[in-house]
Design a protein around this ligand. Structure first.
Ligand code: PLP
Length: 409
């Protein structure tokens, strides 16, 4: 008799986005003429940068020619892409990495979900609250939690409150934690972390022999020169941290799929006999068993993003979304709302006015403004009282949505 992995039975349903879709569909059925605008989506809407498209075409032609055809590539990704990543993303910030410390993948979702596999199930996981749910659910599936309570918090997982009071950067945990997921710029709050705060976390991880799993999927949106783009800008982080990056939000690759994990050779975790083991070696072993690489054309497209034209096109893309963010932040603030984020991030974390819950405000905006947002409570207990808006819409829809929201608050 085949038995299921009962950890999967602990998972709450995909409540948040399913419930949003259900409420939106019902509203649209009752009001077929209403033009509903979504500022809830976490997906990009602008097309791929032209340099990436040219790269895809060029590589597709190579695949059509016997002389240049490529079969399986390296498990870790092509060297030409890893070299460009190091040259443009890390070297200018004083971070020196070897190409075999970069693992090209098809997505930061896959990487952040799967990296926990190389750690024992007895590790205590700490996450930010509110949180990108992938970190939690993947650890629940692996057996690092008990069941969820009514607020959706799983027993056995340490939730670190991110609030207005702490600037959405939590205090260091007082209890034992072993695997710490940090995400900055943050989804959903749009908050960033300073060099000094990141240094405190690195110091904490060094003292407690914990590992920081640092998700920097939104790094390209950082505008403030003082903010770190990579955890490896902090001294000593290369012994206790792993970083996840993505081309999804940086270069419109959500449907093209390319990302990478940075796993320094110095970062180690321990076996029960106390021996230290390289995470780089373990992750390589895992990838060579379970992953056969990202397609050649996609890796060429990702490398093309670093050409002169590519970098200019990416900068224009980010500018476009950040102008949307400005419109949302300015429009809502001038109407008296409290808005966080949006300055170094495509996400705005808006405080719900008038004592409503985040779902009540969601319904209010849908019914009165025909605008869809994401209720903060769906990202964790500390998200209650907030909604998330994104800068990824078209300019016209963004402007219209802000006008409509302002008219109903
Ligand atoms: N990490 C965070 C914090 C995200 O918000 C997302 C996507 O929304 C991802 C990772 C996934 O990125 P990818 O498209 O590379 O899988």
């Amino acid at each position: 008799m085949a038995r299921v992995n009962e950890n999967f039975l602990k998972l709450r349903g995909d409540y948040l986005f399913a419930e949003i879709a259900r409420r939106r569909t019902r509203f649209q059925q009752e009001h077929p003429d209403a033009h509903v605008i979504s500022l809830g989506i976490g997906d990009v809407t602008r097309p791929l940068p032209q340099a990436a498209v040219e790269g895809l075409k060029r590589a597709a032609s190579e695949m059509a020619d016997e002389a240049t055809f490529k079969g399986y590539g390296d498990y870790q990704g092509y060297r030409f892409l890893a070299e460009k990543i190091i040259e443009h993303e890390f070297a200018p910030r004083g971070v020196s990495l070897d190409v075999d410390e970069i693992f090209i993948s098809e997505g930061a979702k896959t990487d952040t979900a799967c990296f926990q596999e190389i750690f024992d199930t007895s590790n205590v996981v700490a996450v930010l609250d509110p949180v990108y749910p992938v970190y939690v659910d993947s650890n629940v599936m692996a057996g690092r939690s008990g069941f969820p309570d009514e607020s959706g918090r799983y027993s056995g997982i340490v939730y670190m409150p991110c609030t207005e009071q702490n600037g959405f950067v939590p205090e260091l945990p007082r209890e034992r934690v072993d695997l710490i997921y940090l995400c900055y710029p943050n989804n959903p709050t749009g908050a960033t972390i300073s060099h000094a705060d990141l240094q405190r976390w690195v110091q904490f991880a060094r003292e407690t022999r914990a590992i920081i799993l640092f998700d920097a999927a939104y790094e390209a949106y950082i505008r403030d020169d003082r903010l770190p783009h990579s955890i490896f800008e902090v001294e000593g982080a290369d012994e206790v941290a792993v970083e996840f990056r993505s081309f999804s939000k940086k270069a419109g690759f959500t449907g093209t799929r390319c990302a990478f994990a940075v796993v320094p050779k110095k970062v180690k975790a321990y076996a029960s006999d106390g021996s230290a083991h390289s995470l780089n070696a373990l992750w390589l072993r895992r990838q060579t068993t379970k992953f056969n690489g990202v397609s050649y054309p996609v890796q060429v497209a990702a490398a093309s993003v670093y050409s002169d034209e590519g970098r200019a096109q990416v900068a224009a893309l980010i500018d476009f979304y950040m102008s949307n963010a400005r419109i949302i932040v300015d429009g809502l603030r001038s109407a008296g709302l409290t808005v966080y984020g949006g300055e170094n991030s495509p996400y705005m974390w808006v405080k719900v006015p008038g004592g409503m819950t985040s779902w009540e405000f969601f319904d209010h905006l849908l019914e009165r403004a025909h605008v869809v947002c994401t209720p903060g409570a769906g990202f964790g207990a500390c998200g209650e009282g907030f909604v998330r808006l994104t800068a990824f819409g078209s300019r016209q829809n963004t402007e219209k949505a802000v006008e409509r929201i302002v008219a109903v608050i």
